[in-house]
Every structure is written in C-alpha cells, then in structure tokens.
Design a protein around this ligand. Sequence first.
Ligand SMILES: [Zn+2]
Length: 61
Amino acid sequence: MPLYEYKCEKCKIRFSVFQPVEEGKENLACPKCESKEIKKVFSSFSSYFSKDSCGSSFGFG
Ligand SMILES: [Zn+2]
C-alpha cells in the first residue's frame, strides 16, 4: 500500500498517511499537535547506509 510520509514542522515528528494530500488542501494535520505546518518527506532508501562504517573489527593484536 502506498504510504506517504509527512513531517510536522512544529513538533518535528514524522507520521505516515495512506492518502496523498494535494497542494492547497488543508485537511491534513499533525496527529500530535494538530498543526497544519507539515511537509512531505520523501523516504530515501538508497544511499542511506554508508559503506565502510562498521563490520571491520580486525586489527586487534
Ligand atoms: Zn506536530
């Protein structure tokens, strides 16, 4: 199912909704503080995990 992620600019939380909100509509509000100051967040799955970050624990004599 398509999930759309939004972020509240007021309390800085992220929440997901099932329906996309068209621009100009104000029927979507933050579920926590009920603020209308929300922004759409694009989930980035690619290049999220950095390489050579962890996993190499050799070197200890
Ligand atoms: Zn909020």
